[in-house]
Design a protein around this ligand. Sequence first.
Ligand code: 5RP
Length: 267
Amino acid sequence: MRNRIYSRFMLNYNVIAVSNIAKQLSRMCSNGNLVNVAKKAAAYRAVNEHVKDNQRIGIGSGSTIVFAVERLHQRVQEEQLNVTCVPTSYQARELITSHGLVLEDLDMNPVLDVVIDGADEFDDDLTLIKGGGGCLTQEKIVAASGKELIIITDGSKKSKLLGEHWKKGIPIEVIPMARVPVAQKIQAMYGGEAVLRMAKSKAGPVVTDNGNFIIDWKFEKAAKWGLVHSNIKLIPGVVETGLFVEMARCIYVGNSDGTVERIAKHD
Ligand code: 5RP
């Protein structure tokens, strides 16, 4: 009798546990979908409003840019647009070629009409943290070659001050042999913690498209980011920082209901 009661209890317990897991999974899936709806809405609107015929376009990296390239491909097909694309990473290069778009580089075209890219976080001044995907150096070179940098994100990237939402720190690309002195110097100058980024599906550190390492600097508090960027950039061995100061022209922020907010500093 006791055994029967116990088995019945365990059966009910397992049914409840399984149904809770199913609920959690479905919540996770639909959250993921909602984020993608937001990213897609922002990317589509940016491509609709900023891409014109005969333009040279810089293509950023990350997950949001995938939707921008998808929309660009549609517009090229539908409107017979004649555009060329310069990538910011190996991923961007693959996206461009797999969509049959025309691939170029900065040797051929050092001035771009528009650059579209994602961001990990932005503040009220439109200062960006970039490099969550490790592509910050090429992203910054391409952004600086563009007449305008247009950022596409979902609402989770919007903060009053940097560090409010993005907790992984500011990515800094370094020459491998300089990783320890660079990390120590940043900590001595500004505090916080500068950590070598480790790979997920490879032993050892992340190696960038340029053959370098990434240090993620978890800073303590908001600062004058232009000055912080310049000072860190002066440390021997630093290739680039993921701080994009005074670079973004405007930011398209997608919402999960498909609406998009456009934020610009000088409108
Ligand atoms: C890669 C980047 C990306 O633009 C940034 O990480 C945003 O990515 P996502 O669109 O996946 O949110 O800077 O180095």
